[in-house]
Write a protein that binds this ligand. Structure first.
Ligand SMILES: Cc1cc2nc3c(=O)[nH]c(=O)nc-3n(C[C@H](O)[C@H](O)[C@H](O)COP(=O)(O)O)c2cc1C
Length: 164
């Protein structure tokens, strides 16, 4: 049984993993894991927030647009190869749950699923979203990261629970 843990217990670890091999964003009724390396944890509107950024070309983007929530799953190091797979292969082409031998379980506070093999996971409700605005983006970032003009959608997830 997963136990609820406070934000402060996992915040730094999550940020380190974002900068490292990445973590998994899981969305969809037929859940799809996608590796993410960009995101922020913080406090807005008196709520704890996890923002994630998804380019419209991703299969995950369509799932996020259909859903009102998502989970973010942090895996033990032994799954680093699976993080690579989920960050280089699209679920348009393969079944990532099958390829990684992951097991999906229903979240407690939202409709999404999480990966049972996770060390811990976040359950988030989408309370705001917007595309990055190139007009107000640092021109150097715009040039470096968006030569194809495929600006991320930024999703603001209210963290409803964190479970270990
Ligand atoms: C370490 C790492 C971090 C990544 N971070 C992001 C991210 O924050 N946002 C994003 O849209 N794609 C990111 N990607 C790319 C997606 O994970 C990748 O394109 C994936 O194959 C998309 O899967 P899907 O088509 O099944 O959604 C990252 C890839 C890696 C390897």
């Amino acid at each position: 049984m997963k136990q609820e843990v406070p934000f402060s217990d996992v915040m730094l670890d999550t940020i380190e993993r974002l900068k490292g091999k990445g973590i998994l964003l899981v969305a969809g009724d037929l859940p799809n894991p996608m590796t993410i390396g960009w995101g922020t944890l913080g406090s807005i509107w008196n709520k704890q927030i996890f923002t994630v950024m998804v380019r419209p070309v991703r299969y995950t983007f369509g799932l996020m647009e259909e859903q009102s929530d998502f989970s973010v799953c942090i895996l033990p190091e032994k799954y680093n190869k699976d993080l690579d797979l989920c960050g280089t292969q699209s679920s348009r082409d393969i079944d990532k749950f099958f390829a990684c031998n992951f097991h999906a379980e229903r979240c407690q506070r939202v409709d999404s699923f999480f990966i049972a093999e996770s060390l811990y996971h976040f359950e988030c409700r989408i309370i705001h979203k917007h595309y990055l605005n190139p007009e107000t983006l640092d021109p150097a970032i715009n040039k470096r990261f968006y030569p194809k003009l495929d600006y991320h959608m930024v999703y603001y997830g209210e963290i409803l629970g964190i479970y270990r």
